[in-house]
Write a protein that binds this ligand. Sequence first.
Ligand code: SF4
Length: 389
Amino acid sequence: MRTAVVDWARELYEDLDFTAVHRWLAEHPGAKAGGYLPVYVPREILHACGFLPVGIHGGGDRLEIIRGDAFYQSYICHLPRSVIELAQSGRLSMLSAVLFPSTCDVIRNLSGMWKLLYPDVYVRYIDVPQVSQPEAAVAFYETELRHLVNDLGAVSGHAPSDDDLRKSIALYNEMRAVVRELYQTRRERPWDLPTEELYLLLRAGEVAPVEEFIDQARRYLAAVDADRRRPRDNSRVVIGGAFCEQPPLGLIKSIERAGCYVVDDDFVLGTRFLTSEVPLDGDPLEALARAFVYTETRTSVLYERDPQRKRRLMQERVQAAGAEGVIFAAPSFCDPALLDQPMLRNGAEAAGLPCIAFKYSENSGQFQQFREQAGTFADSLKLWAGGPA
Ligand code: SF4
């Protein structure tokens, strides 16, 4: 059963033609598909308005960039180029709406390009609150969400009631719960739940209907429980920085095969962005806004109220995951990741945590250097076990 679920997930991950989305649209006459860029959007709202939410993560190492390079200078990350390539090749033409969360200036610019290139598609740049007063942030974000519901309802022809929104929130609460269980299981038994498989599942959850994802993830957890494996003498690491442009699968496999158990990471972070259950009583949009503002997730794309928090962050994550070291793996030219990295690394090293860092691009094709670096790091963690001098 494990293989069947992983095969299902791999097929969705590899399919840059979004065949499953087209199939879903054919099976749901009148329904729409709505895309979203990383890192986080409230998918509940797309779902409640009758859209199939579709995560857009670029083409990874499976897409040759022909048209995309014409839209961007060379010294930025790879993601927008490959997203434009997907769009210009017609692969995203089934999307009636595309949401661009305020992750960084690159995503903001991409939203402007979309408006110019595809005037028939509903495009929204979702501003998130970056202020020091949480209650002001809740009020602001709730208003943003109300605009979003009104607009998406107009596009789909289905303005959701509060109960529709609550039903969608309940489903995504369930999704987040199952993802938390996947992460917890991997933390406890990383030899049973390889990150390669977990990552494929998360990526499948970006395009599969939420109900189908929950079902497959539960089947996978049951299969993992029934298929216990022997632990190896690997080192336990946290991978930080890969929250937007995703590393190629080969990079994740290389790190694992080099002797690292990944026990915490930032991959496909939107799936775990809200850390608490969104309440189903009261106003659903206020509940979503509150869950966003008060999330425990700490990431470079969010305003950080406590200036010392970034220095403590990696130590907190390492402790929570029972890890021995940190691998900073960020996309090349990623401002949010790379501007924070010195602060995060400085705090980690001050706490005595061994760290290494490398940069990747979603289309990196050579993994030997990553494998050697991660392998040496894994060995050194074992050699230094008991604490560095
Ligand atoms: S990889 Fe970094 S710079 Fe590029 S779009 Fe994502 S957050 Fe922005």
